[in-house]
Design a protein. Structure first.
Ligand code: GCO
Ligand code: MG
Length: 432
């Protein structure tokens, strides 16, 4: 079949539910035939847009859309220096749009193109967060009644900034300095000093590892007391603790039988996963911060993780993700693609195409789509009874309503939308 050619490449910015999303649309020389892809790097949208409009677009106009692998390989090295979240998100937007086009031309949903379904639907996990163990438990109960079976649990550490919850605000009265790990300096004073009061994407504050670890362990004890072991619970450390405490924590939580423990370390501390493997059988998930094959391959090759948590657009799209999933299958590592609010519904549809077709699927993270988001993206994957279902339409099976998307322009943000600045009580930076 003669391949259509790329006629234009558009970048669409929209934030229907207060999270900045980046979409790529590839128009072909066949009227009405186009593809869509996710290029969402919510903290740095502009460089992704420039990388597409100023570099990939002139490089790709006129190329045949059939040749996805050749376009991916040549685009990947067209910058000579490669990898990293900016260039990979730009590449992902193009790549996912080409796969969407491939499915439309073959009149097949993408999972069929990838070898067909290995399961009817993809089990998802949702987030239960709260300022107390009881609040987390109550939200869990509601999710269980909706049919969810996998739930990520995160609780606030009283008086501190905690990932996955409202953070302590400056001068938070619940702060106490009778915590032996903090020493004599009045913590309340420190918090007032360091919070600059500006609005971050995630409000910052003071984080201390030991109070966090104690509150997380008390949460797991509470959850297992209240719900038993019939429900799967997950937890995201979000890289904030000194690595050796991560090794200790992975051992401490064994008795709570987590489905997985996520982001114990920052990517810079990958070597510590060797220690965890030697001392603990807690299932380990890592990957959302990886944006290069150099970070990913050793983790799979050495079986240092149980779940691949990669943010697919951060590694360049479906073309590399398919290969990483296949490598995972050979090494017994399962997939758990990153699925936060800052993955667009188009990105979630791309996750789902792999979830349904890969034998070594593990679990799919699902951040509940907002009402505006569902309007802007007709064909959003449907989630019911704790599972994500494909609509079986050709390609990714989802679209973007450009007119509606324009009604949700990017809002102004402090510092352009920086990730929150979280500091230790002594003022030193906490690395996410
Ligand atoms: C998760 C992630 C997210 C990230 C966010 C960064 O497990 O879903 O940790 O919450 O923090 O996607 O922009
Ligand atoms: Mg995470």
């Amino acid at each position: 079949m003669k391949s259509p050619k790329i006629k234009d490449i558009k970048v669409i910015f929209t934030e229907p539910d207060n999270i900045r999303l980046i979409i790529v649309k590839i128009l072909t020389d066949q009227d009405g035939l186009y593809g869509v892809g996710c290029a969402t790097f919510t903290q740095r949208p502009n460089p992704v847009k420039y990388a597409i409009e100023d570099y990939l677009k002139p490089f790709l106009i006129g190329k045949e859309v059939n040749n996805i692998e050749d376009i991916w390989q040549s685009s990947y090295v067209s910058s000579y220096w490669r990898n990293g979240p900016v260039l990979n998100n730009a590449l992902s937007g193009v790549d996912q749009a080409l796969w969407d086009l491939k499915g439309k031309m073959a009149d097949m949903p993408l999972y069929d193109l990838f070898g067909g379904k290995t399961r009817e639907a993809a089990a998802v996990y949702v987030h239960s967060s709260g300022d107390s163990n009881e609040e987390v438990g109550d939200k869990m109960q509601a999710f269980i009644e909706e049919g969810f079976h996998h739930i990520r649990v995160q609780v606030s550490t009283p008086g501190y900034s905690t990932y996955g919850n409202k953070s302590a605000k400056a001068g938070d009265k619940t702060l106490t300095n009778n915590d032996p790990t903090l020493g004599p300096i009045p913590v309340t004073k420190r918090l007032k000093d360091y919070s600059d009061g500006k609005l971050y994407a995630h409000p910052g504050g003071v984080f201390e590892p030991k109070p966090y670890l104690r509150s997380a362990l008390s949460l797991f004890e509470y959850i297992r007391d209240r719900f038993g072991y019939g429900i799967e619970i997950l937890h995201d450390v979000h890289e904030r603790i000194p690595p050796i405490l991560g090794v200790w924590f992975a051992k401490e939580v064994e008795k709570y039988q987590l489905f997985f423990l996520e982001d114990l370390f920052s990517p810079e501390d990958n070597e510590y996963f060797n220690m965890v493997r030697a001392q603990s059988s807690t299932p380990i998930a890592m990957g959302e911060l990886y944006s290069s094959p150099h970070e990913i391959v050793p983790m799979i090759k050495n079986r240092l993780i149980d779940f691949i948590r990669i943010h697919i657009s951060d590694i360049g799209g479906l073309t590399p993700a398919k290969k990483i999933a296949a490598m995972g299958e050979i090494f017994g590592v399962r997939t758990a693609w990153h699925g936060p609010g800052d993955t667009s519904p188009i990105g979630h549809a791309a996750n789902l195409a792999l979830d349904l077709s890969c034998y070594n699927f593990g679990i799919q993270e699902y951040s509940i789509f907002g009402e505006n988001t569902k309007e802007v993206f007709p064909g959003c994957p449907v989630v019911k009874q704790g599972m994500m279902w494909s609509n079986d339409k050709p390609g990714l099976g989802i679209d973007i309503d450009e007119k509606l998307a324009k009604k949700f322009p990017f809002k102004e943000r402090e510092y352009g939308g920086a990730w929150d600045t979280v500091r230790r009580a002594d003022g030193s930076m906490v690395k996410p």
